[in-house]
Ligand binder design. Structure first.
Ligand SMILES: [Zn+2]
Length: 335
């Protein structure tokens, strides 16, 4: 897959005065006397340690030039950071015969620029404080994971809905899959999970109680979470996003297939890979293993079985392992 523009290159092209990986803050409301803005080439993100603004390449361009998402995309195109004929453009569709040829550049899903602008706006209007952060910390996620994967908390669904409705109108929200029959899809307090590579192309949410657990966009094909790790030789597949995040947090290249099946579109990408199936240990997970193992025929499949592990799903297992290793190192030898 095509790589995201490098954040230091973009910063330079914007004319930001870099001192190594640092710069004076770009927030006009933050008169920064020392360079407090740090760039992370590894994560391709920026963050101001004084006022807290942070984000990816797109956010950097938006904030620095004080323009919207579309404007930022256009600027990146004009400066050759993004291909002119983006796969995100409205008319793009990929015939299956083109798949092989375009294997390295195509994207897993094709929302249009309007949808992505809405996702971007919505995600950046949310934060992750209070109840949401507490919930994630209790599930074993670290603050770094929360920040890195841009996990957010929808604290006030009504207010958030009114805000984006005012900005985009019902029709556009419906097209983006956020509204169905006039109703906001994320209608309860929930953890909001953006799916992104260069841009946010999908959103899933999960409420803190257990009924119903997951909200998906309406009328959109479910993509694979963290599909960008397909560049690895070994990939781990889990059912849910939290399972994948639990693995990612300990450095394992994982993706979540959002259920127990994979859209045909993705199958080709697994050719020649080593695929570790780490699905839930319930009946449907185990049935899915048989089906997936047949379907992903071009890959070498490994299956993780319950007998050797503590817990019912990857999230529980990894959390359990982390707790154990914490106990083991609580004597302080690592710190
Ligand atoms: Zn700042």
């Amino acid at each position: 897959m095509r790589a995201e523009p490098k954040i230091l290159d973009v910063a330079q092209a914007l004319g930001i005065n870099l001192k190594g990986k640092m710069a004076h803050c770009i927030n006009p409301n933050h008169p920064d006397t020392h360079p407090s803005l740090m760039f992370s080439p590894q994560y391709n993100r920026f963050k101001c340690f004084s006022c807290g603004i942070h984000g990816n390449v797109y956010e950097l361009v938006k904030q620095y030039l004080n323009i919207d998402f579309k404007g930022a995309l256009e600027w990146l195109r004009q400066n050759n950071f993004v291909e002119r004929e983006s796969h995100y453009s409205k008319k793009t569709s990929v015939a299956s015969s083109d798949l092989k040829h375009e294997k390295k550049t195509i994207k897993p899903v094709f929302p249009d620029a309007n949808d992505m602008e809405i996702y971007d706006e919505f995600i950046h209007s949310l934060s992750i404080e209070g109840q949401g952060r507490e919930y994630l910390l209790n599930r074993g996620f670290t603050n770094q994971t929360i920040m890195l994967y841009q996990l957010k908390y929808l604290d006030n669904p009504v207010k958030s809905f009114l805000e984006i409705k005012r900005k985009f109108g019902l029709k556009k929200l419906e097209h983006a899959g956020l509204v169905c029959r006039g109703k906001f899809v994320f209608h309860q307090q929930c953890i909001v999970i953006p799916f992104w590579d260069e841009n946010i192309y999908y959103i899933q949410a999960r409420n803190l109680s257990n009924k119903p657990k997951i909200y998906n966009l309406v009328g959109k094909t479910k993509p694979i979470y963290n599909f960008r790790c397909i560049d690895n030789k070994i990939v781990w597949l889990t059912e849910g996003v939290f399972d994948a995040l639990s693995l990612l947090q300990v450095g394992i290249p994982a993706m979540a297939i959002l259920g127990t099946s994979i859209n045909d579109y993705y199958i080709k990408f697994f050719e020649g890979k080593n695929v570790i199936l780490f699905l839930d240990f319930d009946a449907s997970g185990q049935r899915a293993i048989d089906i997936l193992a047949k379907k992903i025929s071009g890959a070498k499949i490994y299956i993780l079985k319950k007998e050797t592990l503590d817990g019912n799903d990857p999230n529980e297992i990894v959390t359990e392992l982390m707790d154990k290793s914490k106990q083991r190192t609580s004597s302080g030898q690592w710190s």
